[in-house]
Design a protein around this ligand. Sequence first.
Ligand SMILES: *Cc1c(COP(=O)(O)O)cnc(C)c1O
Length: 458
Amino acid sequence: MIHDPVPNMLAQATELLEAEFGSLPAYETAINAPAIAEVLEATAHRLADNYPYFHPLYAGQMLKPPHPVARAAYALAMTVNPNNHARDGGRASTEMEIEAVRGIATMFGWTESSDSYLGHLTSSGTIANLEALWVAGQLAPGRRILGSTQAHYTHNRISAVLKLDYTSIPADHRGRMSMEALEAELRKGDVGTVVVTMGTTGVGAVDPLDEVLTLKERYGFRVHVDGAYGGYFRLIPEALEEPARRAYALTAKADSIVIDPHKHGLQPYGCGCVLFRDPGIGRFYKHDSPFTYFTSKQLHLGEISLECSRAGASAVALWATQMLLPLTLGGEFARGLARSRAAALELDRRLREDDRFQPLVAGAPALDIVVWKLNAENEDVTSALANRVFLACAERDLHLALVELPLAWFRPAGGTANGAAAETFTCLRSVLMKPEHEAWLDRIWERLSSAYVDVVGE
Ligand SMILES: *Cc1c(COP(=O)(O)O)cnc(C)c1O
């Protein structure tokens, strides 16, 4: 493994921060250093019981290591451990959160001034989506929420928590929401909000936001974009296929947007984000708690967030990361995303040329998730093989993932429409979300091939 640069960076920065508080009288905290060292030793051993998520050969689930600058900034913030509920709990980190969120809003095409939208960090994409649907329900009580069958399962569950009716719309053979099926539901006249997933968690499909916005003109409803995983692909339009490019170009027209900096944004877990186009929705968050410490007249993030205490360190880490890697078209961060995407296209290309495998017939991946089935005499054998190849890859330190997908997605056009087929089977799935995956593709392919030979033979 590569030498970890974070402890060195952190030591220097910690000295600087301590010097900033140098005028305070010295104080002592009793710590038992040998006992702590022993506990940390045990901790290190315990943590080895994990897949190596940080390594390029981990190409399974949606896991991307935090950037060293994010880890160092997060740990540095632990010296003061700010709470972004209120300015009194974290003055600097409140400002850093406002600035970092502005960077994200600007990426989605909302203006640089902070009063033309409302947004804040959350502890996850789940909570961010919860807030967006909560506001949707406040604005249109009793109206239904729609999302595709490939939308994250959290929407269905959150809707139940909020006592809003939720309806799933079928997806096409690439995992995108069917516009015909959507319009059929809209004609019923009781829809409040449509959830548009830009980057589905399963296969990375991008719902056609452009077409949903056209339907919005006719039927009138709120558009919520769930870009928890895929939001950052807004930064590489040139690397996307036309339908996805058209969708990403229109994110500024959404009513609310969710993105997870802890997925593609190089952040430690505990960092989601929700944005609202109309800052007026802030009125729904109003509370008059007698005990929160709102001593400053300026906006407190606790006044526009459902969560109360929140990690100021998350904001510090995100701010530092965006200082180093601004969210700009063509910037270094965007180039990292483009490399992930290139790795996915290359893996897809190799799978298409190899008759042992079959990726989705409807076309190449929209973002950086690749799914494929193993060719065999029938679907039961295919599923069993996928499980065995998955394990044989793991023995070679290549970690892939498994996913259940509709059979119809692998049939040539003319198969059952709308992915409605009940039959699913097990496929292999790889989320190639690290920039390093591109350089490691040969080694990933070698291991996949040799695992296949092990399981099936030459
Ligand atoms: C991951 C994900 C979520 C849930 O976010 P968490 O941060 O895991 O709570 C919601 N929607 C989509 C599209 C996701 O990929």
